[in-house]
Design a protein around this ligand. Structure first.
Ligand code: KG4
Ligand code: ZN
Length: 341
């Protein structure tokens, strides 16, 4: 099935054309970083307006890039949630109107379901597997038994991992989004100069907490007073990243062992992080665990990732009703509950 997929949950407008939930014919993204950077974070009102401006030309460009016309598209998948409601509504309203006009089926996909399954566009990963979903809004561990079959094992009880990266960057006077900047600086820093705490590591569950770690970084910065030069900033970035990665790695491995899973898929924007990738890859060489990371373009927000679940649901005859609405808070465990046949 030839799908057009649309993502507009936060600050990236993205459109892709994908065949059979596998073959990526085009995958275009317009980032709004320049608009939001001067505010130090995403401004929801501006995000919605920019999605509105971007979506029509981006659909045209994606079709052209794929060498396809609208009349060849057989179904549409769109991010239904979670995310910024005004931003989501732009994609959902556009997708509904287009599906109605073309008289083709529409499917609303969970954003995190998209992230977790993105890997299937590049490599075949057998089910079941454990997924660590780490983005600006999520730090969750799921057992994945198949498309639509997700069990929540643990989650952050406060900030998401990406949010912690962004907030620590802000404390260090670094630009938004902070994750990639911290990642780059960490490579020039010495992580042994400060040892930040590993929150929740000893707790016998699979939950995370990043708020205390963030406060420790703030206290450390304040203790340095005026004397914070570039090398110190790089050292703090390296130490913070090491602590965050350590907790994510150890808890994920523990969950994999408890669930008896030998495959781990790391997904979401934070999966771009080179320290996280390196830590998981080292462990996978030592233990008999296969670790999968999508390539960076498929880790951060994109529309192609929606095609894996979108295609599977539509092929099963499941789709969204014509009154599909966006939803800002939506647990992944309920991702497949609202379809009609
Ligand atoms: O999945 P994503 O693109 O959007 C959401 O669904 O939230 O994730 C964005 C998050 C941001 O917090 C960003 O700082 C973080 O992913 N991020 C990174 C890196 N690249 C993006 N965090 C750490 N290291 C990176 N290289
Ligand atoms: Zn995302």
């Amino acid at each position: 099935m030839l799908l057009l997929t649309i993502e507009s949950s936060c600050d990236e407008t993205a459109v892709a054309v994908v065949r059979d939930g596998r073959d990526l014919l085009s995958n275009l993204i317009i980032s709004q970083i320049d608009t939001h950077a001067r505010f130090g974070g995403v401004v929801p009102e501006l995000a919605s307006r920019q999605h509105l401006q971007a979506i029509c030309p981006l659909v045209d460009a994606a079709l052209e890039d794929a060498g396809m016309t609208l009349s060849q598209i057989e179904g549409i998948a769109v991010t239904r949630g979670p995310g910024l409601i005004g931003a989501l509504l732009v994609g959902v309203a556009y997708a509904k109107a287009l599906a109605f006009t073309l008289q083709i089926p529409l499917v609303g996909v969970h954003h995190i379901e998209g992230h977790i399954l993105a890997i299937q566009l590049e490599q075949k990963v057998e089910y079941p597997f454990l997924s660590l979903a780490v983005s600006g809004g999520h730090s969750h561990l799921f057992r994945v038994d198949g498309i639509g079959h997700y069990t929540l094992l643990g989650r952050t009880i406060d900030d998401a991992a990406g949010e912690a990266f962004d907030k620590v960057a802000k404390m260090l006077g670094l630009p938004y989004p902070g994750g990639p900047v911290i990642d780059r600086l960490a490579q020039q820093g010495d992580a042994s100069t400060v040892r930040f705490p590993r929150p929740m590591l000893k707790k016998p569950n699979f939950n995370f907490s990043f708020s205390g770690l963030k406060t420790s970084v703030l206290n450390h910065i304040e203790s340095l007073g005026e004397t914070i030069d570039e090398q110190k900033i790089a050292n703090i970035a390296a130490s913070f990243q090491e602590a965050a990665v350590d907790v994510l790695l150890q808890k994920t491995l523990r969950a994999a062992r408890q669930e008896g899973l030998s495959r781990i898929v790391v997904a979401g924007g934070v999966a771009c992080n080179s320290g996280l990738r390196h830590a998981f890859q080292s462990v996978s060489l030592k233990e008999s665990i296969d670790v999968y990371f999508p390539s960076p373009l498929l880790c951060s927000d994109n529309a192609a990732m929606l095609a894996v679940a979108g295609d599977a649901y539509l092929e099963k005859g499941l789709r969204s009703a014509t009154d599909l609405n966006a939803i800002s808070n939506w647990p992944l465990t309920e991702a497949a509950e609202y379809f009609i046949e």
